[in-house]
Design a protein around this ligand. Structure first.
Ligand code: NI
Length: 186
């Protein structure tokens, strides 16, 4: 297994929509293991493939450190689709790609999710609370959306300087990271 560098805010890959997976190869199984190890090492509870620079509809979640023993942990989720949602909750979110920034985001409280597991079997999962929250946050990543995109324009303006520093890699964190921007032709 290997630790992977985490792509930070400002990286081009974080704005892209990841395509669905049709097969799970041995390399993908290794990727899942590496993502779990990378996430644990960085003290995260969720990680999307796009955050390690891989454009695939794949995310991992492990909230066993938080107090929710009803959730399956850890879990790899492929091609997730929300087929039902209910309620509304406000919760503070952070993101390994946006270190040291935490803000409150409103999302559905409950979700019913259809996805493929690592054997490409179709599964349905009903999630509530923190699990529902993490899954929705990570699913956003697979669609090129970050939690700061849910904030008001005023809030984003307030965070602008801190976000700019992150996008320059000017940040002190204890996991490996990369900022990779598209090279524009002049
Ligand atoms: Ni995130």
């Amino acid at each position: 297994m290997a630790l992977l560098p985490i792509y930070l805010y400002g990286s081009d890959v974080l704005k892209k929509k990841a395509p669905r997976m049709t097969v799970v190869t041995d390399d993908d199984i290794t990727l899942i293991q590496d993502m779990l190890e990378t996430m644990h090492e960085a003290n995260g509870i969720g990680l999307a493939a796009t955050q390690v620079g891989v454009l695939k509809q794949l995310l991992v979640v492990d909230i066993s450190g938080a107090d929710d023993d009803s959730a399956p942990n850890p879990i790899a989720i492929i091609n997730p689709e929300i087929i039902e949602d209910d309620g509304e909750s406000e919760m503070e979110e952070g993101c390994l790609s946006i270190p040291d920034i935490r803000e409150t985001v409103t999302r559905p409280q409950l979700i019913k999710l259809r996805y493929h597991d690592a054997s490409m079997k179709v599964k349905v999962l009903e999630a509530d609370g923190l699990l529902a929250r993490v899954i929705q946050h990570e699913m956003d990543h697979l669609n090129g959306v970050l939690f700061v995109d849910h904030l008001s324009a005023a809030k984003r303006t307030f965070l602008r300087n801190r976000l700019r520093k992150i996008s320059k890699g000017d940040i002190d964190i204890d996991y490996e990271f990369v900022v990779e921007k598209k090279k524009h032709r002049r």
